[in-house]
Write a protein that binds this ligand. Structure first.
Ligand code: HEM
Length: 426
């Protein structure tokens, strides 16, 4: 028995759930099923955090404002930086969607809404399409290629750069900014490494401060994403420079790492289910549903989303103390048999009503449009160019980064295109 109870608190440890174990990373479903059946909620003694697993409890927690993603509420958070010592990274963090109060968060989401509207987003479509088509052109028509090297590592940051409107000549700077922002938000990084990442990000903040000032000085700041953020108004209220920079940083931190896995796992989910690949080729109208279903099945996060208790809270029969951390184990929830029939099967026609793939409540994913656009164009191009593709060697010669901090990151996935065989047969 690897679970225990202390003063009514259900406790588990790494023998029941070890998100870093190689077996779990390769095949997490058996562990999720144990958690879902026996431990809907439990205190994890090794991780020193609560783990909430079922679909119903994850949904309830995401919709409950008493639980905040603000890590400064964590009992082990480093002390806040004094005002006089703050750098631009600290200033951005003060305005971040993940850090502000629920009221301030609502204000930011309302003011950013026009920038995510259909007219602004549809302008982005064309630039994302050309980026993805270029990547496929560069792949060409080989016998085999590695999805991770050719798509997953090349496209996510560039897509966000295109969305935000960073010109090609500044893409290198944006890449450095993006990598350092992602690194600097990892609170478990050794302090020296984290400090270096923060220093590396500062040049990027200077770029955005200058660009926002330049746009503000124009008669009209522009109809693109950045221009829409600058001109957004609600009564007398508008977004400050730091509000805007914090939104851009949130897009980077929440959208670049997830999209790396999006590309690898879309191809993996599809090609490891040849019947579903054939079905999608016959029914392209299922594409949108297929994307959500493949994200649900892939569930590539291993420590998906965090919350911190803003007070002492009774939740699902457990007493969560102020400042305790909670892992909202959405990936387990996406495999909950109480919500999904045959949860470990891919069914691209599945009824996905009420899914939590993009979260729920106040912090619902702001990047769904970009994620869906990237995924749709990728699937269209993949199917058009490689209709007979299979996983090379049966499993894509798959390799994982077992040490990755929060994802079951695939770092090699080889696709056998079978183009030569098709040419010979024709
Ligand atoms: C594979 C695709 C993606 C998935 C599965 C996904 C999933 C999620 C989920 C579950 C949340 C809720 C987090 C929480 O409640 O703590 C979230 C939030 C968020 N996502 Fe995504 N996401 C994806 C892609 C993206 C992209 C491409 C972007 C950026 C362009 C993005 C930007 C964000 C932001 C900024 C938030 C925080 C919103 C807020 O706090 O108000 N996501 N995402």
């Amino acid at each position: 028995m690897n679970a225990s109870t202390t003063e009514g608190r259900i406790e588990i440890d790494g023998r029941i759930f070890n998100p870093f174990s190689h077996d779990f990373i390769r095949n997490p479903d058996p562990v999720w099923q144990v958690l879902l059946k026996d431990y809907p909620i439990a205190w994890h003694k090794d991780l020193q955090m609560w783990v909430v697993n079922t679909h119903a409890l994850c949904e309830a927690m995401l919709k409950d404002n008493r639980f905040t993603p603000n890590y400064r509420m964590w009992e082990h958070a480093p002390p806040p930086t004094p005002e006089a010592e703050k750098n631009d990274f600290d200033r951005m963090t003060d305005h971040s969607l993940f850090m502000v109060t629920p009221q301030e968060h609502l204000r930011l989401r309302r003011l950013t809404l026009p920038a995510f509207s259909r007219p602004v987003m549809s302008k982005i479509d064309a630039t994302i399409r050309s980026l993805i088509v270029d990547a496929f052109d560069q792949i060409g028509t080989p016998d085999a290629f590695d999805v991770y090297a050719e798509l997953s590592t090349k496209l996510p940051v560039r897509s966000i750069a295109r969305m935000v409107g960073v010109p090609i000549e500044h893409e290198k700077l944006f890449h450095k900014f993006s990598n350092s922002c992602v690194k600097a938000t990892r609170i478990n990084l050794p302090p020296k490494e984290r400090e270096q990442a923060i220093q590396d990000s500062l040049e990027g903040f200077d770029y955005f401060k200058r660009e926002i000032a330049r746009r503000r000085a124009l008669p009209h700041p522009g109809d693109d994403f950045l221009g829409s953020l600058i001109s957004a108004r609600e009564g007398d209220d508008s977004l400050s420079d730091w509000d805007i920079i914090a939104v851009i940083s949130a897009l980077i931190t929440a959208g670049s790492d997830t999209a790396i896995d999006l590309y690898s796992y879309l191809v993996y989910a599809l090609l490891s289910h040849p019947d579903q690949y054939a079905r999608l080729k016959q029914h392209p109208e299922l594409t949108e549903n297929a994307i959500i279903e493949m994200l649900r099945w892939s569930a590539f996060g291993k420590l998906p989303f965090f919350r911190f208790a803003s007070g002492d809270i009774e939740f699902a029969g457990q007493r969560i103390r102020k400042g305790e951390a909670i892992l909202v184990n959405l990936t387990a929830a996406w495999h909950d048999p109480a919500k999904w029939e045959r949860p470990n099967e891919v069914d691209i026609g599945r009824n996905l009503d009420g899914h939590l793939v993009f979260g729920a409540g106040a912090h619902f994913c702001i990047g769904t449009y970009l994620a869906r656009t990237q995924a749709t164009i990728t699937l269209q191009e993949f199917i058009r160019r490689f209709p007979d593709a299979e996983l090379a060697g049966g499993d894509g010669e798959i390799e994982y980064d077992y040490g990755h901090h929060n994802a079951r990151r695939i770092i090699r996935l080889k696709v056998q295109t079978n183009l030569e065989a098709a040419r010979k047969a024709a």
